[in-house]
Design a protein around this ligand. Structure first.
Ligand code: PEP
Length: 251
């Protein structure tokens, strides 16, 4: 039985004060949500304050990115995964399409970041997804397979329970255009098959695969009814405590 994960990606929004206020507002709204794991992802500067305020609650804190380098050193502007752990986080997102698109995070870099996150003891949410052009050209599965094979390369069996995959079709992120539950299910089932080929049937069955792309309170339930959709990575609708709580409490 896979426990669903509902994760909010706050992107580059909110000051420290706003982040803490949203986290504090969210806490009572999701206090009874035992059916899923809840993760929120503030900006780096707010991680420690938010994690401190949420200690002992059922809300976990993630970073949106981490350095590919595992040890501290002369890497100006980077934050190592172990520093993210030290700030009170349990998760990190790697390979988000905005990182791939605007900051040139290649499949190789995503793979190094995945390893860095795991080495620091974090659970890593690895994002994959095709662009509209790639989908229209019929290459969505090829693109996602490549991202998966790279992103998950060199992982041992014991790493796998700290890996979560987020399927985020780029054309659905921040556009208001959600993949239909059927489109998402089809790709999630494909991802599970690719994972089984690379690892094992048992590992593939245990893998949580989140859908991301314009998830809202009114479309989450339909997505969650699909067999291979194990949760959501939510951008815009996670910025507001009430709307994110409605998504978490989709049942
Ligand atoms: C995201 O940022 O991961 C995302 C899915 O954004 P949105 O929900 O706004 O499409």
């Amino acid at each position: 039985m896979r426990k669903p994960v509902i994760a909010g990606n706050w992107k580059m929004f909110k000051t420290v004060g706003d982040s803490v206020a949203t986290a504090v507002a969210l806490k009572p709204l999701v206090a009874n949500a035992n059916h899923c794991e809840i993760v929120i992802t503030p900006v780096f500067t707010a991680l420690k304050s938010v994690a401190d305020r949420l200690e002992g609650s059922n809300i976990k804190v993630a970073a949106q990115n981490c350095a590919a380098e595992q040890r501290e050193g002369a890497f100006t502007g980077e934050v190592a995964a172990f520093m993210i752990r030290d700030a009170g986080c349990s998760h990190v997102i790697v390979g988000h399409s905005e990182r791939r698109q605007y900051y040139s995070d290649s499949d190789e870099v995503v793979s190094r970041k995945t390893h860095a996150g795991l080495a620091a003891g974090l659970t890593v949410i690895v994002c994959v997804g095709e662009t509209l052009e790639q989908r229209d050209q019929g290459s969505a599965e090829r693109v996602v397979r490549e991202q998966l094979v790279w992103g998950l390369t060199g992982l041992t069996a014991s790493d796998l329970d700290r890996i979560i995959v987020a399927y985020e079709p780029v054309w659905a992120i921040g556009t208001g255009r959600t993949a239909t539950p059927e489109q998402a299910q089809e790709m999630h089932a494909f991802i599970r098959r690719v994972f089984a080929e690379g690892h094992s049937e048992a590992a593939a069955n245990a893998l949580r695969i989140l859908y991301g792309g314009s998830v809202k309170p009114d479309n989450i339930a339909g997505l969650m009814r699909k067999a291979d959709i194990d949760g959501a990575l939510v951008g815009g609708a996670s910025l507001n405590a009430e709307s994110f709580a409605q998504i978490v409490n989709y049942k």
